[in-house]
Design a protein around this ligand. Structure first.
Ligand code: NDP
Length: 444
């Protein structure tokens, strides 16, 4: 049993019932094998064992009262995974599926993603099993206030800086920030994704989706191609999906399908994004409504069918494990050439293998969706410097960062003898800096 296998074995024994965490750790550590072989000192310092163990896990009760006076209790989580290269940074997810396994997989991914951005941010993640769907604004506010009433004591602008994720957008960040400020009496950059009137950054809302498309465009460009005239399928219809669609369309692609957790829309003529934005961002309604409003568009119940639609480029932007082996095979059979992961871990290990064996250019989440957290770090820089950059400035920095990440993972894959394997390339490129910092800081 080699070092990587031994660490994975121990991790599964010590953390039973955490399948998503096992999956992410397996993908990451297998990619790091060539690095630990080249650096035997890492094993002596138990570097991987420390890397997969969070520095701190915070679990708390979140009681709140609904509009009718009913009392509810949810679970709150913050996993402060690794602060070797900077303060913990990573989003909060509010979704009924949230549990410790999911938060830990997201936190582990976040360490390497944040390192890949080239900015000084460590890895963390948090959230709650609270379901924001169907709740009034007042209920959301009371929940966010209760959540922050515990979380505030664990975070800070130089300690841990949370942001949004599934179920946590501008509205929730506003409520969370308001409560933090009220308790601490500090107007500081303790959360990112803030509104523009209270310290937010232009282009943060667009950043993850735009960044995903910037990276995919660079991968196309390096192969003498572009988005122009390509057919694209995007899953999800939330923050990441909407702005990936916007940027892909602006580069001349035709996006034909999107979904929410109930079903998908297929519009052969090309998705009308203004209609999607109205339904999802303004009305907070279901994507199904699109087919009632746009002639020629179809709605299909269930999500999986979206991957049977022929396309050149697939951008999964909803949630983990959306594309399994079977869906990956369907995409390949229908001619997909590029897959860029907007969501975190949307492809199963089996799905990744299918894409890689078929020669599909596969851009893994920790690299492809790093634009969001990179722009969050730019928001932190603006907050600390009391600065406010223009949209164009932030967007240009974002584009630069995404192109750099692409070439860093490409170079790392080449350097370690696995050219074109961006899963390994991203893991290696992200890990190098974290490993160096952890080694320099002693056994902590
Ligand atoms: P949103 O809450 O804005 O949107 C999520 C979208 O995915 C919605 O359309 C939602 O549908 C759908 N969805 C959620 N769960 C499921 C499911 N189990 N099955 C099918 N569809 C589902 O979240 P974001 O767009 O912010 O996040 C999407 C992904 O991108 C996540 O994996 C997140 O971790 C990742 N990410 C986000 C970043 C950001 O900056 N926001 C940064 C980096 C990564 P419904 O409305 O029906 O729930």
């Amino acid at each position: 049993m080699d070092y990587v296998e031994r660490v994975l074995e121990e991790l599964k024994q010590k953390n039973p019932n955490e399948p998503e965490f096992h999956q992410a750790a397996t993908e990451i550590l297998n990619g790091l094998r060539p690095v630990v072989e080249r650096h035997p000192e890492y094993e002596k310092a138990a570097l991987l064992e420390r890397f997969v163990e969070p520095e701190r896990v915070i679990l708390f009760r979140v009681p709140w009262v609904d509009d009718k006076g009913g009392v509810h209790v949810n679970k709150g989580y913050r996993v402060q995974f690794n602060s070797a290269i900077g303060p913990y940074k990573g989003g909060l997810r509010f979704h009924p599926s949230v549990n410790l396994s999911i938060i830990k997989f997201l936190g582990l991914e976040q360490i390497l993603k944040n390192s890949l951005t080239g900015l000084p941010i460590g890895g963390g993640k948090g959230g709650s099993d609270f379901d924001p769907k169907g709740k009034s604004d007042n209920e959301i506010m009371r929940f966010c206030q209760s959540f922050m009433t515990e979380l505030y004591r664990h975070i800070g602008q130089d300690t841990d800086v949370p942001a949004g994720d599934i179920g946590v957008g501008g509205r929730e960040i506003g409520f969370l920030f308001g409560q933090y400020k009220r308790i601490r009496d500090e107007h500081v950059g303790v959360l990112t994704g803030r509104g523009l009137s209270y310290g937010g950054s232009l282009a943060r809302t667009e950043a993850t989706g735009y960044g995903l498309v910037y990276m995919t465009a660079e991968a196309l460009k390096c192969r003498g191609d572009s988005f122009e005239g390509k057919t694209v399928v995007i899953s999800g219809s939330g923050n990441v999906a909407i702005y990936a669609c916007e940027k892909a369309q602006s580069l001349g692609a035709k996006v034909v399908a999107m979904y929410d957790s109930n079903g998908y829309i297929y519009d052969k003529a090309g998705i009308k994004l203004d209609v999607v934005k109205r339904i999802k961002e303004v009305e907070r309604a279901r994507i199904k409504v699109y087919a009632e409003r746009v002639e020629g568009a179809e709605y299909h119940e269930g999500c999986k069918g979206i991957w049977t639609i022929p396309c050149d480029i697939a951008l999964p932007c909803a949630t983990q494990n959306e594309i399994d082996g079977e869906s990956a095979k369907a995409l390949v059979a229908n001619g997909v050439k590029y897959v860029g992961e907007g969501a975190n871990m949307p492809t199963t290990l089996e799905g990744i293998e299918v894409f890689q064996n078929a020669g599909v250019v596969f851009l893994p989440a920790k690299a492809a969706n790093a634009g969001g957290v990179a722009t969050s770090a730019l928001e932190m820089a603006q907050s600390s410097g009391r600065l406010f950059w223009t949209f164009e400035e932030v967007d240009a920095k974002l584009k630069n960062i995404m192109i750099n990440i692409y070439h860093n993972m490409d170079d790392a894959a080449k350097e370690y003898g696995c050219e074109g394997n961006y899963v390994a390339g991203a893991n290696i490129a992200g890990f190098k800096k974290v490993a160096e910092a952890m080694m320099a800081q002693g056994i902590v």
